[in-house]
Write a protein that binds this ligand. Structure first.
Ligand code: 5GP
Length: 269
């Protein structure tokens, strides 16, 4: 069997040349990084879960008319996507104050924002993905005004859809990151949603307990990251019964699962 050509290796994914021109294979790794790759580790099974979650979210988004790069999932860790020219902007959508905005503006984590906020960061690891204004994007021609119009309206639609999707399974969508790419047709291009949507790039809080079900568990050394990612997949209906014990209820406060009906372990003094 001929070896596939690797196009790019990122922190959480490897991209290979796809079987047809204009296609790419995205391979999801278990590697996890935080703080601009200063902290490195692995989350067992993360690649498999993120591949499934991203497939689910992108498929549902395309059903509501959001154009995406997703074509189909190939296997446990790989999906076939359209090749795009990635726009070098991270689009951050925030509903609730958390993470970098709290440090920057002195906000309390968990404060609902007066309205949904979109922020843009310039994708550059060496610079630590700095926050930029739309003026910078226009000035340095990272994206045109028309593209920015499409990007911001798609980001709002994605937020509206995902907020509802997660609320239905008792998860608060606090914030998330999107990436977009240009799909060329001759000299013309249009912007479509690219990359992935998974607990690696979203803040997801359990509505009742407030437990974090996302990469903040790894970033902040909270433990239980595998269980948290699996819990998101389970609630989305993506794990089969043989993958999870249906009688289990997640108790991330002790980083363990306990059987429904059994008392929670008493914390050690
Ligand atoms: P913050 O700016 O608070 O660090 O991140 C805001 C949101 O965007 C969080 O949900 C975070 O996971 C996501 N995010 C920001 N930058 C990155 C990044 O470089 N990679 C990933 N996977 N997610 C990011």
């Amino acid at each position: 069997m001929s070896r596939r050509r690797q196009i790019y290796e990122g922190k959480a994914k490897i991209l290979y040349e796809g079987p047809e021109p204009g296609t790419i294979i995205q391979y999801f790794k278990d590697d996890a990084t935080a703080f601009n790759a200063e902290k490195k580790g692995t989350i067992n099974g993360k690649g498999v879960i993120n591949n499934r979650i991203s497939e689910h979210v992108f498929s549902r988004l395309s059903h509501i008319g959001i154009p995406t790069h997703f074509i189909r999932r190939l296997n446990m860790r790989e999906q076939l996507v359209r090749q795009v020219e990635i726009i070098p902007i991270e689009v951050i959508v925030r509903n609730v104050a958390a993470g970098s905005i709290c440090k920057r503006l002195g906000l309390e984590e968990g404060e609902p924002l007066p309205h949904t906020l979109i922020e843009y960061c310039y994708k550059d690891d060496a610079l630590g993905d700095p926050l930029v204004a739309e003026e910078h994007i226009a000035c340095f021609q990272w994206a045109s005004n028309e593209e920015m119009h499409d990007i911001s309206s798609m980001a709002i639609r994605v937020n509206d859809f995902m907020s509802g999707m997660f609320a239905a399974i008792d998860i608060r969508l606090v914030d998330f990151k999107l990436e977009f790419g240009r799909l060329y047709d001759g000299d013309f291009s249009r912007v479509i949603l690219a990359d992935e949507i998974s607990p690696d790039g979203c803040r997801l809080w359990d509505m009742k307990s407030g437990e974090k079900l996302d990469k903040d568990r790894f970033r902040r050394d909270l433990g239980g990251e595998e269980e948290a990612y699996r819990e998101v997949a389970r609630r989305l209906g993506l794990l089969h019964d043989e993958d999870s014990n249906p009688g289990e209820v997640l108790d991330l406060s002790s980083h363990r699962t306990r059987l429904r009906g059994t008392p929670a372990p008493t914390p050690k003094k």
